[in-house]
Write a protein that binds this ligand. Structure first.
Ligand SMILES: Nc1ncnc2c1ncn2[C@@H]1O[C@H](COP(=O)(O)OP(=O)(O)OP(=O)(O)O)[C@@H](O)[C@H]1O
Ligand SMILES: [Mg+2]
Length: 284
């Protein structure tokens, strides 16, 4: 029996809290040789609530990395740091280093609107603008001047809707309101809106939780396709989904990053007792 397994065995009877109290450093491979985004010593507070504690993690180029962990462990909070969405929450204080390519995400000179075009986000709850389906997708490319005429914009709208697996369902009613679509269609519209501005990184916070299995499969296919050009950070409660779409997985527990590794290793041979308890459903 190796040392880690022995240690795990000794810990079997301990509570999660006791194990967590002893945990000091993320185990596994939180860093990459060629990161797209690099984060170090990240701490996030909501007033007195220390929601993220000393997290350091890299996200690789052309990588899908899954963030998993029990509800309330800080997955969404960490994800929102990466494109400064937490700036919009008054009680929220973020510290640490966040670098995309060689640029400081939190530099004073960094315009959050431009940053969010580079680092797009798809939320758990679909949030289409109260505009037409067409305008939902065309809005970003228009304000960022990505196309030079109507025909180009039409093509970009069609391409984005097709990639998100929605075009065929809406092609005859592009002028209808986006908010009139079903929940799953709205989510695919939001994905189309995000990819229309050609981001470099896409943050997805449980993007498939409102989708049926067919739409979920389409989104997962899209994630695989997008990985050729982008970095994707996906929060999911579905371990099957994490296993299908991601190359690396990061396990969070009560604000701490416990373990990071190749997805297959995390699900078949986790090194940390807390990761093992979570993935085997022996949690609580
Ligand atoms: N807008 C907010 N204002 C105050 N506290 C917040 C806010 N968002 C999150 N928190 C707190 O931060 C902690 C982490 O929450 P977060 O939403 O990041 O967890 P999560 O891992 O995404 O959970 P879930 O799986 O349920 O989505 C929790 O204690 C939560 O109450
Ligand atoms: Mg969340």
């Amino acid at each position: 029996m190796n040392t880690q397994a022995l240690q795990n065995n000794l810990m079997k009877d301990k509570s999660n809290e006791a194990i967590l109290a002893e945990h000091s450093k993320t185990i596994g491979q939180p860093f990459c040789d060629n990161p797209k985004i690099s984060t170090r010593d990240v701490n996030v507070y909501y007033a007195e609530n220390h929601a993220i504690q000393d997290v350091s993690l890299d996200m690789g180029q052309n990588e899908v990395i899954a963030l998993i962990g029990p509800s309330g462990c800080g997955k969404s909070t960490y994800l929102r740091c990466l494109n400064r969405m937490n700036d919009t929450i008054d009680s929220c204080r973020v510290s640490g280093k966040f670098i995309i390519d060689d640029i400081d995400i939190y530099a004073k000179s960094q315009d959050p609107v431009l940053l969010r075009a580079r680092v797009g986000m798809v939320f758990q709850k679909p949030n289409p603008f109260p505009k037409s389906i067409y305008d939902n997708v065309a809005y970003g490319p228009k304000i960022h001047g990505l196309t030079s005429n109507k025909a180009e914009l039409d093509d970009l709208v069609e391409e984005s809707l097709s990639k998100a697996g929605l075009f065929n369902e809406v092609k005859d009613r592009l002028g209808d309101s986006g908010t009139g679509l079903s929940g799953g269609q709205q989510q695919r519209l939001c994905i189309a809106r995000t990819i229309a501005v050609q981001p470099e990184v896409i943050l997805m916070d449980e993007p498939a939780s409102a989708l049926d299995p067919i739409a979920t499969a389409k989104v997962e296919e899209l994630i695989n396709e997008l990985r050729k050009n982008y970095t994707i950070v996906i929060v999911t409660h579905s371990m099957q989904q994490a296993a299908r779409v991601s190359q690396r997985t990061a396990y969070f527990h009560l604000g701490k990053l416990i373990e990071v590794g190749e997805t297959k290793q995390i699900f078949t041979n986790p090194l940390h007792e807390l990761t093992e308890r979570y993935i085997t459903g022996r949690f609580g």
